[in-house]
Each structure stands twice: as structure tokens, then as C-alpha cells.
Design a protein around this ligand. Sequence first.
Ligand SMILES: [Mn+2]
Length: 317
Amino acid sequence: MNYNWKLPVILVSIASILILTYNIINEDIPTSATMLLPILTTLPKVITITDPKDRLIFIGDVHGQFNDFQEMIDKKIGTLDSHTTVILLGDFLVKGPDSLKVVDYILSHQDNIKFVFGNHEILLFLAYVQEYLDLTHDHLSFTTDKNFPPKTFKPPKKIHKELVKKLGPERLHRLASIGSVTLRFDLTLTSEILFAVHAGMLPGDFIEKNQIPPIVELIDMKYVNEHDWTKSAREEDDVKNSKRWYKLWDESDKKFDNITVLYGHDAKKGLNIRKHTKGLDSACVKGGQLTALEYTYDSAKGHYITTLHQVQSSSSI
Ligand SMILES: [Mn+2]
């Protein structure tokens, strides 16, 4: 009696274990750990430039305008040799027609092309986590900013969700793993420091002890409270005592004289070249120009010279 009762239980148990094992092996888990993006960094990746033959070329918001980007390289920049580094100042994707071509080009030219993330790339990452993986936004993690995104940062739109589907996880993972929010170039020949960010940064950021800016400042800021620099915003009305952030650099302390910030993001303001800050978004995706600023070392004079390059956009938006 006991024996007859035990046998089916044992058989069912064995069958259950087999079924369970089969399911574990074959389960398609779209939200497994490998699908999560790597933790992104807001801290600058440092690139040291020591060779006088090296040149750096910073390019404003490309926004998927691959034809304009290619024209810039072919007609203005020339061969991407071992002395050439091109730096995209964020928002190289979204809006224009050829974001996939831009991604594939930069991923296949990683020795020559560096980039920082703009608000639109971060929105793609958010759309990937929230819409594609169906997870909460805190699955997109940053090393130094636990409060992202704040309420003032607008959520991903349809254009971001659609582009995420086209890009797919592999491209997004590769972008996330090699990109950063800030790049820092130490020019040892002149002791200058160039920072590349998408939106902007304030005097002392990443230089003064404990002055590490939040992500929204780096990727979305246009205005800052001139009496409280910890308060910044994209919209003028969202911050008290608002002032354009780059004006703080116009009157900054002498100890920051060797620092320059290169950025994009502000197509409305357009090309904005000042002593410490170089704004290079000239509305390429809205029929304006794509702008590049090239740094080359003049050995005879012992300093870097800058050359501005522009191509007229083919965009008809
Ligand atoms: Mn932007």
C-alpha cells in the first residue's frame, strides 16, 4: 500500500525536476542582468595629449544628420589618422533621418571618434530601460548621481521609443559601455584643460574638491541661479535669479584661466564662442549648419590655435 503510494509521488517529483530544469535552461529572460546597461559615469574620462602633431576636433549636435557629418569629415577634417581625434558633443542621435548610420560609423571608428552623451542619448537609455525592458528608471544607474532623473527632466517621447527599437540592445550597450557624460583633455604642452560636455558646466566643476555636478547640469542646463549654483535648469522660469551658465565663466576666477568648456545643446542661441566656453550647436537638424572647432598645436608660437569649420545642413525640417 505504502509502496504504491510512494511510486507516483517519486515519478511526479522526478518529472517536475526535469520540467523545471528544462524551463530554466530554455527560459528566454529578456530582463536578465546582461540586458541591463552598464553603470554610466558622470566623472570625466581623462585623455592626455602630449604630441604636438595631435589635433582635436569638437563637433556640435549632429542629431542623426549623417550626410552632414560625413561631409564635415570628408571636406573639412580629412583623413582620420592616428593624430586625429573627433569628439561629438552629445545629441548625435534622434530627430534626423540617419541615427543608425551615425552610431555604426562611430562604433566602427572608435580609435578616432569619442563622444559624450546628450539629453537625447540619456532619453534613449531611459526609454530602453522603461519601455523595452519594462523596468523602473532606477535600473539606469550613474556612479555619482543617485537622484536622476529629477522631475524637471522630461521623460522619453515616442521618437526615443521608436529609435530604441531600431537600434536594438547591442548598439545601446556598446554606446553605454564606451561613452561618458564628460570628457577631459589635458593638453600637457600648454597646461590647458578642455572639458567636453553636452549642455554645460560651472567654474570649479570637477576641479574644486567635492564640486561634482548632477547629470542634469551636464546634459540639460541652460540657466543657473547666479546666487546658488547648485540650482540649474533648462527653462529660464524654472530657476530663480536665472542667468545663462556660460556668463559665470566670463567673470570667473583667474585660477580657471587654463580651462575651456566645449558644448552643444543650445541650438536656439547658436554658435557661441567665448573665452572659456565654446557653444557649437548651430541647429544642423533644423536647416542650419553643422559646426566643428579644431585645435592644432602651433610649434613656432608655442600655443594651440583653433579653426572653425562649418557645413550647410541638407536638412529640410
Ligand atoms: Mn540637447
